[in-house]
Ligand binder design. Structure first.
Ligand SMILES: [Zn+2]
Ligand SMILES: [Zn+2]
Length: 265
């Protein structure tokens, strides 16, 4: 587990300003919203010596005390006035431009259901090269549920995700059958022909790539981070928002006397 860094918070902070009325947000509110987005755990959530705050809150506060956002030209700082609880940040045109250039990946990471650790790692990748990040292409999961929405999802995202889905089904099909990796439910076994090939593909980690990367290779690499699951297990994995269960965690909740379902696969 890596500790939260200030850089990982920059794009989410700009995003929060952008969705606030008049593109301005109290720093106290921004810190709280960042906390809600990242749901920090472990060391990030430890209270630091001689301080009232967690390490995470301190890093979020550094966006102000280190003048990080102001020095980058992405925000203007206005000190606390009258009865306000704190000073505020207002998004600048440069901040808005930087956010817009990276908005696809920001939307993907913030609007899906990823762990704190995955968010930190992903924002590190994105911020390491903001120019290249502008070309990031994302993948969606839940294509089975969202089949009806297919037309409104950008075709490129749909096609990319479908390719990953098909490769994953291929990979996890055994003896012509695909089963839920968690509870071993087999739709064909239960529903006959009507259930043949039915399964959802859960992304255990965010799947995205830079445009100059090779799609086939990316999919190859992503296979071990996706898994076939039935809709029931899928919902259970995502039951607590921003805290999806790992394979081991969901498996630990499943009755262990199901003799048709071993823990080997
Ligand atoms: Zn299942
Ligand atoms: Zn999922």
């Amino acid at each position: 587990m890596s500790r939260i860094s200030e850089n990982q918070l920059i794009l989410p902070a700009l995003y929060l300003m952008d969705i606030s009325p008049n593109k301005t947000i109290l720093i106290a509110d921004m810190k709280k919203a960042l906390y809600d987005i990242f749901k920090p755990t472990g060391e990030d959530n430890e209270i630091l010596h001689n301080r009232q705050d967690t390490r995470f809150a301190q890093k979020a506060g550094n966006l102000k005390s280190h003048n990080t956002l102001v020095n980058l030209g992405y925000a203007v700082y206005t000190p606390k006035v009258a009865d306000e609880r704190s000073g505020r940040f207002t998004l600048t045109e440069a901040g808005k431009a930087f956010l817009d250039a990276n908005i696809n990946i920001v939307n993907y990471l913030l609007n899906n259901d990823f762990t704190s650790e995955d968010l930190k790692e992903s924002f590190d990748v994105v911020f390491s090269d903001p120019k290249r990040a502008m070309t990031i292409e994302t993948f969606d999961e839940d294509l089975t549920i969202n089949e009806g929405k297919k037309k409104v999802v950008k075709t490129a995202v749909y096609e990319r995700s479908d390719k990953l889905r098909k490769k994953a089904i291929d990979h996890y099909t055994d003896g012509g059958r695909i089963k839920c990796k968690v509870c071993c439910f087999d739709f064909e076994d239960f529903y006959g022909d009507h259930g043949k090939g039915f399964i959802e593909i859960h992304h255990q980690k965010p799947v995205f790539m830079f445009a100059d990367e090779d799609l086939e290779q990316k999919i190859e690499d992503a296979i071990e981070n996706v898994m076939p699951v039935c809709p029931n297990c899928h919902r259970m994995i995502h039951r607590t928002r921003n805290n999806p269960l790992s394979f081991e965690e969901i498996k630990a909740h499943v009755r262990n006397d199901l003799d048709f379902c071993d823990n080997e696969n």
